[in-house]
Design a binder for this molecule. Structure first.
Ligand SMILES: CC1=C(CCC(=O)O)c2cc3nc(cc4[nH]c(cc5[nH]c(cc1n2)c(C)c5CCC(=O)O)c(CCC(=O)O)c4C)C(CCC(=O)O)=C3C
Ligand SMILES: [Fe+2]
Length: 354
């Protein structure tokens, strides 16, 4: 998009994934997430149990409400009159409802902050689709401009780096320096990663950004050795997803004699279910069983720098200035009313039988 996003905005739409808030929500939420996506029912049964283990309540909505309160406070402090609306892709409050409330309140032009820092279909283009769907449902004129990818924003990297240091300090002193530093992000189908970004830039935008963010965090804590692994794979077993999985990786580390890991969930902004189940429960149990000391770095959502980053991204959009960033992988993500970032960006290949 060549057009400028600078100028006046009436509001901020905080757009996230959504999660169930009571046991009865779990199944319909999972149906929403996986509609048309060929996820086997056995996988849904399994994931349903993870949610029920936590009383059918995902922490994600409460965490997002907490971040929103901080953002509102920071925007006021900076003198911006930008009310913040909350909408999700998969559960209430839904993006459609947020946009219809915005219209009722007279909002005509708003910025959108997505809780995904990344490019790729699930992390970027699907949020554009959510925006387009919400506008269509509202049957009224509104301009929604999504903010850019922030995977390499220096404030995000610093928040993760401090969290890694704090996790390291939870380990027994003799293990701190030798503990393996392992970054993890949500797996996606290999085909989705290959199609992420622009074909002429080589695709693989999501995994490239994850590797870059990991390298920046590792550099910030003075390490040049680290691993990037994946978690929370879904879909049928016959379809390849990004690997290795975090638990398999911990097993491989144990087999070659490693005695401690620091796991940094670089792919996520808050301690939602994929973090508290897949890492704090499954990965930790795997490590315990193998006698590998385990420490998990905090996610950045509740770090003050995360709020500052959101406000800085807004100020950047308002003034149309160059992005503040530490990396060099392609960085897009900003477009109006759900248009793709560029022609062919994160275009999912049509798979027969889907
Ligand atoms: C890249 C990516 C992110 C990071 C970017 C971002 O943050 O957006 C992310 C985040 C999240 N994923 C989440 C939860 C789930 N993801 C699922 C399924 C899937 N995720 C995928 C990708 C991603 N997911 C994909 C390719 C699928 C397969 C189905 C499909 O092609 O779309 C399923 C279905 C069941 C299953 O796991 O099989 C669930 C329940 C939660 C909320 C947790 C909570 O409730 O607290 C969050 C933040
Ligand atoms: Fe997911």
């Amino acid at each position: 998009m060549e057009e400028s996003s600078a100028g006046h905005f009436d509001a901020l739409l905080y757009l996230s994934f959504g999660g169930p808030e009571q046991p009865a929500d779990v199944r319909p939420f999972l149906e929403n997430v996986t509609r048309g996506r060929n996820v086997p029912p056995e996988r849904l049964d399994e994931v349903e149990q993870h949610y029920l283990h936590f009383g059918g309540v995902s922490p994600i909505n409460a965490l997002n409400r907490d971040i929103i309160a901080r953002v509102e406070h920071e925007l006021k402090r900076r003198g911006h009159d930008l009310p913040v609306y909350f909408g999700n892709r998969n559960w209430h409050p839904m993006a459609e409802d947020a946009v219809s409330r915005m219209l009722e309140d007279g909002i005509r032009r708003a910025l959108v902050f997505p809780t995904s820092a990344w490019g790729g279909y699930s992390g970027c283009r699907q949020y554009h689709e959510d925006i387009a769907r919400a506008i269509e449902a509202a049957h009224a004129g509104i301009e929604l401009i999504k903010l850019r990818h922030y995977f390499d924003h220096p404030l995000l990297i610093e928040a993760f780096a401090d969290a890694i240091r704090a996790a390291r300090d939870e380990l027994p002193a003799p293990l701190r320096e030798t503990a393996r530093l392992v970054f993890t992000a949500h797996s996606v189908p290999e085909s989705a990663d290959a199609a992420a970004g622009l074909p002429e830039e080589g695709g693989h935008l999501y995994s490239r950004q994850v590797h870059e963010a990991a390298a920046l965090c590792a550099g910030a804590v003075g390490r040049n050795e680290f691993d990037v692994v994946w978690q929370s794979r879904s879909g049928p077993a016959r379809i390849p997803w990004l690997e290795p999985d975090i638990c398999d990786h911990i097993e491989a580390l144990a087999a070659r004699g490693e005695t401690a890991v620091i796991v940094c969930p670089v792919g996520f902004v808050s301690d939602h279910l994929e973090v508290v189940w897949d890492l704090d429960t499954e990965a930790r149990e795997t490590a315990d069983k193998l006698g590998v000391a385990f420490a998990r770095a905090a996610t950045p959502g509740t770090d003050e720098r995360f709020t500052t980053m959101i406000a800085d991204l807004i100020d950047e959009a308002l003034s149309d200035r160059e992005p503040t960033r530490s990396g060099s992988a392609p960085q897009r993500g900003s477009s109006t009313n759900g248009a793709p970032c560029a022609v062919g960006c994160c275009e999912m290949p049509r798979r027969p039988g889907h």
